[in-house]
Write a protein that binds this ligand. Sequence first.
Ligand code: MET
Length: 768
Amino acid sequence: MLTNSLGYPRIGSDRALKKACESYWAGKISVQVLLKTGQNIRAHNWELQQNEGITFIPSNDFSFYDQVLDHSLMFGAIPERYHQVILDGKNGELDLYFAMARGYQRDGLDITAMEMTKWFDTNYHYIVPEFHRDQQFKLFSTKVVDEFKEAKRLGLQTKPVLIGPVSYLLLGKEKESGFHRIELINNLLPVYLELLKGLEANKAEWIQFDEPFLALDLTEAEQSAVSYVYATIKKNFPKLKIIVATYFDQLGDNLELAINLPVAVLHIDLVRAPAQLEAVLDRIPDNLTLSLGLVDGRNIWKNDYAQSLSQIQKAIERLGRERVWVAGSCSLIHSPCDLDLETNVKSLSPEIKQWLAFAKQKVQEISALGKIAAHPESEASKALFAANMVDQESRRSSAKIHRPEVEARVAAITVADSSRLSPFSIRTEIQRKALNLPLFPTTTIGSFPQTTEVRSWRARFKKGELSQEQYDELIANETEETIRFQEDIGIDVLVHGEFERNDMVEYFGEQLAGFAFTKNGWVQSYGSRCVKPPVIYGDVYRPAAMTVRWSSFAQSLTSKWVKGMLTGPVTILQWSFVRNDQPRSETCTQIALAIRDEVVDLEKAGIKIIQIDEPAIREGLPLRKSAWQQYLNWAVRAFRISASGVQDDTQIHTHMCYSEFNDIITNIADMDADVITIECSRSQMELLGAFADFKYPNEIGPGVYDIHSPRVPDRSEMVLLLEKAGAVIPARQLWVNPDCGLKTRHWDETKKALIEMVAAAKTMREEV
Ligand code: MET
């Protein structure tokens, strides 16, 4: 049977790409060394997949920062403001590329980064293409051809992967009004044809076009663009074999459109939407091959072979063996690289490890499923199948998973448990008196720079080189210095800096029951940023207080308010690998109760302002609008359960980043946080519009500068943004804060930027 891989993680199992990129940005390695790192990772990935016997091995799934940005560069969709970066001849194509991703502040140039947003409902972020009316595209880079040739030189015939033209356009944003980006399809398509020409000339046979938007709601114009694109490709390249890949949801009402495209193969996601197999098999025309997305690219659980084989069998019965491929559900970039690296039995017990598969193991699963389906009676197949049955049974029958007391507490939750004592209109007056803050109060989102030094303390502590006391003292000193710095520059609501935290989810997961951890389970979040999601395998509860100690310590150092800092239930859920043996809503509610316990304990310890971060609420939205309400109901309820155990004079904040709020503003308001801080600066306060139109009643802190870029903003820029905000939101509701936490920044940038920010707030106070 033919097996298909849609994409493989490119960060390298030891995060080699992250390290190389960051060294390059810091001027510590040459571009040649960076390029060589990329080459090594690509070669490693290709060879690994080849050795596992995968038939269709992807190329062009590698990226130095982001695959959408790669496409923008290939198509010459380079916003005007970056053109200067390479004009003086000092910088190369890669510097231009990084400038688009990260902003550029050098040699008298000061250019902001392009906007970044989440890739569908994942925690991967891509760089949003910018489009203008009548925009022309031209071939600027031939990355996809180059990487195909590179593999060829290594003796591998790969399957180049491109984001399909319709999805590429839909991923972008119009930078002026009066047109829709899908109208650019005629301008864009020729560049694709040129690339295909290059691929064909180099003897590529199979090309994968990712059109994830086929699993979303499409307008008629968008649907016709899909038909038009693939008909045109067929007309121009009748011999190329085109695979259209869909994932993350069902084809739904795009089914007819998808199965009738003049292409060789259609890939469907049977993990997210197993039920669509029947519908597709009922309608599929005779000449179309089906790639079955069976191995979950989004989670870490071992595949259930019995279940997958029954799907494969069903497809084979209807289509014949030649027209059925076995594949991952989507690209494996959302999975960690290699379970074999998890050798630490203390963090990941052998029992739990037995239930898991990372990218390398998933490739093995794809290959094993292919083998078993092709030769079910062979000894090798029987052994593979039997081993899988043992693992599945071990998980089903484990005593580690169920806690009756947790399940009973969830069942006993009442309506009162998810409501504050009084409505916001009353709370706000009580809080104003209790907190006594100025207009435009300044604060930050929580974390301060996690320097190499801070991280080295944690590493040394974990290795046993530092005692608990020594480690705690270092953290205490860093916290104290950060409190003093915030006092010195005049921030109104301080934070303790989160130095004791490795990561905003892992830190909590480590202290909650029901979570397991990996040592190397890194997944790319954006650019060189990787996250290591915990694994939720069983019922969740909080054995002991998690943050009270450091928050009270910080509060004891100052007479100003220190905000307690927690990660919310939806975000903990969203950024973890979640168990697939019960509904997500159930797991989320369990986490909500654990966070609620912590909020109550913080209040008892004298913390009057508590922030419950929920940056991931929006990314949890199902891709199809028809499923939104159900999700929002349980997600908002979970937040409310976590926030509602406190008195009226305790102020609850929440923080969200990279969200469009227009279509969910009612639900955001329903969360009823006293203060919400949001990302806003990269979009020039555009995101605030939703709050203004809704007449959002609670307080709001629109981020006034972008912390994802090393660029230091000037106070006047921030005043301008605040004035924009003030024009639509009453001053008494507004807070002043950066876009997000500062942990990825350096101290010098942070200090300069925050001093400017406080100055901007003062200017605003003088203006009213
Ligand atoms: N409190 C967290 C921080 O400041 C919030 C981050 S949201 C991605 O890092």
